[in-house]
Ligand binder design. Structure first.
Ligand code: SF4
Ligand code: SF4
Length: 197
């Protein structure tokens, strides 16, 4: 206890002479940059420039099922769109999160198989408009991968690399399939010619 009090006294006195010992700032005029592991509320990541088309979410609804306070609401689309590797997938027709209920546990992020939902560092959400400002729909939840890179550079670098590897693997598989089909066509044509002649 004495050691702790000594450290507090050292910081208190030192804060008048040494800037590094001043551990607080004059918020809101001054702000400290958010630490990389800061987590507040979830957002939906999109790739490219189109927030709607680029959403990574495929509406699998795992996060909705796993969210402890059940503050996620998803309606799956009737049609499908291509994902980042060109695979045709469902997407969320509706995706809402009630952030007034969200407890920032990050379980939705951990269970998502598509790296489609991540935790934002934004915390200044105070409002008196409970449903207008705190029930966030897809358009308010969608944020670019560039935003994710900015707030969580380490995580996003790992995910970007894995997604590039996935894309390359999918392209290689598609190419191999095409070549196999061409080869089969050649063999079939040769067989047909032999049978005719
Ligand atoms: S952070 Fe936790 S409480 Fe908030 S939406 Fe995700 S799973 Fe639900
Ligand atoms: S955010 Fe992830 S876990 Fe949730 S529905 Fe979309 S793809 Fe599934």
């Amino acid at each position: 206890m004495l050691k702790g009090m000594g450290e507090t006294a050292r910081n208190f006195i030192g804060s008048y002479t040494d800037k590094d010992r001043l551990t607080t700032v004059q918020y809101p005029e001054e702000r400290l940059p958010a630490k990389e592991n800061t987590r507040q509320f979830p957002f939906l990541v999109f790739d490219g420039d189109d927030a709607e088309q680029g959403l990574r979410c495929v509406a699998c609804q795992i996060c909705e099922k796993e969210c402890p306070p059940q503050c996620i609401y998803i309606e799956k689309s009737k049609d499908k769109k291509a994902d980042h590797v060109g695979k045709v997938q469902f997407f969320p027709a509706t995706f809402d999160i009630d952030v007034s209920v969200c407890m920032s546990c990050q379980i939705c992020v951990e269970v998502c198989p598509f790296d489609a939902i991540k935790m934002d560092t934004e915390f200044e959400l105070s409002t008196t408009n409970r449903f207008g400002d705190l029930l966030l729909d897809k358009s308010k939840l969608a944020k670019s991968n560039d935003h994710f890179r900015k707030i969580h550079p380490t995580d996003s670098a790992v995910i970007d690399a894995a997604r590039v590897a996935d894309r390359e693997k999918a392209e290689a598989a598609a190419k191999a399939k095409l070549e196999k089909e061409k080869e089969k066509e050649k063999v079939d044509a040769a067989k047909k010619k032999a049978a005719e002649g």
